[in-house]
Design a protein around this ligand. Structure first.
Ligand code: ATR
Length: 272
């Protein structure tokens, strides 16, 4: 029987998830169809109920529904629980299992695809919104020597640092307080680029050999990555690999099979 999956969002037309999961299915011999579902802003739960009633096996959830998906889940993984956001739902009979694979995707992209260790390194996470919260637990799990969350509204960064410091060292600071500190990995989890802006990083934060990572991909990531390299980052990587890795982790959550990501990342790079 053909299993049905979908990505649910608003907007969703731009999503690369159908291409990625169709490639995973071909690679692993899975019999599935994966579509896009545009949910009206006030009908997320109804759309999920309809999809389940039609026999859907699971969905990926994208903006702006990750918090609603978290609420909808009747059982959640620890990483989803702490992220307070769900990007993967699996329908297990009467149970709606919610997971968040974003952080695992980020970590795998940095550590495996970019071959840049996180353990023992100084990591700076820019932003304290949903995107930052979603990756904090897996990042802490990699045991960086320092993990600093910088945000314009310091209160949000302080609240995140306070919440997550029970799992490992992490602290908050303002952008101005970053001056005279250097980092081996700087991750942009802000939405600054959506407005064509850059996070207000002081000069000198990039250590020699450092990695600048933008969780967005394509043209949106370029201003941050170019500016980071101009300020001394050795490498700038966009979030395309994270996108494919979070999808692979979701595929594993649904089907217990871990697809290979390298050929899918390479194919997507070629068409962009
Ligand atoms: P998301 O779900 O994408 O994380 P969000 O929850 O609205 O979206 O959070 C947006 C994040 O980007 C916040 O950390 C925000 O900083 P503030 O909390 O200070 O508003 C950050 N952000 C947005 N525009 C920014 C800019 N121009 N410079 C720095 N940070 C910015």
């Amino acid at each position: 029987m053909t299993d049905r999956y979908a990505v649910v969002g608003n907007p969703v037309a731009h999503s690369l998830s159908p291409q990625i999961h169709t490639a995973f299915a071909r690679q692993t011999g899975a019999d599935l169809v994966y579509t896009r579902l545009l949910a009206p802003l006030d009908r997320f739960a109804a759309c999920i109920a309809e999809f389940r009633a039609e026999g859907g096996a699971g969905v990926n959830v994208t903006l702006p529904f990750k918090l609603e998906a978290w609420r909808l889940a009747t059982r959640r993984s620890e990483r989803a629980e702490q992220a307070q956001a769900v990007n993967t739902l699996r329908f297990d009979g009467g149970v709606v299992f919610g997971d968040n694979t974003d952080g695992a995707g980020l970590v795998r992209d940095i550590e495996i695809n970019c071959a840049h260790a996180i353990a023992g390194r100084r990591v700076l996470l820019l932003g304290a919104g949903g995107a930052a919260r979603g990756v904090l637990l897996p990042l802490i799990g990699c045991r960086p020597s320092a993990l600093v969350i910088a945000n314009r509204s310091i209160d949000k960064a302080l609240a995140l640092a306070q919440h997550f410091s029970r799992w490992g060292a992490c602290r908050a600071c303002s952008y101005a307080e970053l001056a005279a500190n250097t980092f081996d990995i700087v991750i942009n989890a802000t939405s600054a680029s959506v407005a064509g802006e850059l996070p207000p990083l002081p000069a000198g934060v990039f250590a020699p050999g450092s990695l600048a990572y933008d969780m967005m991909y394509g043209a949106r990531a370029l201003p941050f990555l170019q500016s980071a390299q101009a300020q001394g980052a050795a490498r700038g990587i966009d979030g395309l690999g994270m996108l494919v890795e979070q999808a692979a982790e979701a595929f594993f959550v649904w089907r217990g099979v871990r697809p290979q990501t390298a050929p899918v990342i390479a194919a997507l790079k070629e068409i962009r």
